[in-house]
Design a protein around this ligand. Sequence first.
Ligand SMILES: [Zn+2]
Length: 69
Amino acid sequence: MSERLGGIICLACGAQLPESLRWTASLRCHGCRELEAPLRADLARWERESRRALFETLGSSAGEASTAA
Ligand SMILES: [Zn+2]
């Protein structure tokens, strides 16, 4: 259940970041960092909303809001 919320993705290409990069709180994978690829606004927004959803889930016992389109 927490897999989707806990997953950290590269905000430039959307690939899932390896465990090693999660420790550094990196926003991009190795390839994108080398290319200095810009962050994608939609992916950055997705991550932000995922984190907010996580906090909301932790903050209330009402369950998950599944109205997201
Ligand atoms: Zn990437």
